[in-house]
Design a protein around this ligand. Sequence first.
Ligand code: F6P
Length: 549
Amino acid sequence: MSDHPRLIRRPEWTALEDHRAGALLHPDLREMFDRDPERAERYTVRVGDLLVDYSKNLINDETLALLQELATATDVFGLRDAMFHGERINITEDRAVLHTALRAPRNAVIEVDGENVVPQVHAVLDKMTAFADRVRSGEWTGHTGKRIRNVVNIGIGGSDLGPAMAYEALRAYSDRSLTFRFVSNVDGADLHEAVRDLDPAETLFIVASKTFTTIETITNATSARTWLLKGLDGDEKAVAKHFVALSTNAGKVAEFGIDPDNMFEFWDWVGGRYSYDSAIGLSLMIAIGPERFREMLDGFHLVDEHFRTAPAEANAPLILGLLGIWYGNFFGAQSHAVLPYSHYLSKFTAYLQQLDMESNGKSVDRDGHPVEWQTGPVVWGTPGTNGQHAYYQLLHQGTKVIPADLIGFANPVDELSDELKAQHDLLMANLFAQGQALAFGKTAAEVRAEGVPEAQVPHRTFRGNHPTTTILAAELTPSVLGQLIALYEHKVFVQGAVWNIDSFDQWGVELGKVLAKRVEPALTEGAHVPGLDASTTALVAAYRTLRKK
Ligand code: F6P
């Protein structure tokens, strides 16, 4: 148990409260920019290929200094170093947290319990590379000798969102002669829609599950096997050519009937939501090829090194993490919007939801005491321009404080036609315009000057001062994607460290899993489930009445 004062009683915390109630009671971005012509440049940090402009946040130099003092007092960098050194900082599961080892170069040395894990990481990457090359070249064929044309990843949570998001993000780099689908939902409709137009003889299933016990994944994998065998005359031998597994649990993989030779391993020090750069990324590696996959890992590593070594005032994940704390704990912000201006990043926010909300959705601290401060925000958002015509109204004129990240690229992907490439400036003009409108709004005087009737002036006035951070890169390459993800991973880390919570467990997901297993017999057999509450009992009865026999 730590003997530090609790977070909100630390002098660094109360100094921030005083600052918010004093100098930053009514922050005004127009005024802040007017007073400081250097603000945009001073509040921009460059990391690898990413430019992070945080100047449109409700902060000044003192805010940043106070936030950094809070980070120092809460020993964010001490915990960071412990993570990078393989210490068991996931205390409730007694595990090291070493997703950073997954992207370390071959010659790095990172030890867990005295053993260098980097050679294992690279051995699996080599095995993945050999397999991906065989599938991509057509050398790995299905049971009937046909070439594999379709790859279906079956997994959920971290075993789905990462590869699905990254495949979408890097589609332009993918082998277009192959089809990739991602099945996660235990709703049979998901698998049905994924395979209904596929030829089993040309289909490879990748069963991705860290534990290999997750009911949704095992159920879908079992149904996929039935579908495959039905299409291949029931020959059980087909499974070996059409099923591979990504897991930490060799025993369960073998029990399922997948040859352990066709299993790609990872380790308990890789959290599910931090795993798509492990074997869990096999579908992505098949899609974009091992070289591009390595470029992505190098992008992650670049930001790992930045986070590990950059001084506080230039440390992008630290700054982003502290800004989130500033809004969540001192402005009452409940949510954080992530708004990519890239169609390819359509699954990016969904991915970040798990990363952030499963990591920092906690209400006891590392010592097991209830927290008296807000922790992780609700993360939400969709690609930018679509959002503009849906929920941006609330961002501009609603009553809530919603900090947002605007993410965009200077170039469209190469593959687009010239005509479609020409649309890119319009896309990005929207990003810049939104950042500007959110920050600086439109005053009543400006509205009046346009000749707007007085009765409409309040409706057409924008108060502005809605904080945004803009992240810009030249283009969405594999490396840039890795950089972006690592940036958010470490941002989430920083916040968990300050809040003194365990960002690496997810006990909250367990209760629902256990209860679903208990309730299922009541639905299927009408079994009496002891301890079921009155509302659920009535709902189950109604379900059984409505259910077709
Ligand atoms: O959603 C809870 C969770 O435990 C996630 O953390 C994990 O990514 C997901 O389930 C899937 O777990 P597994 O990879 O073991 O099937």
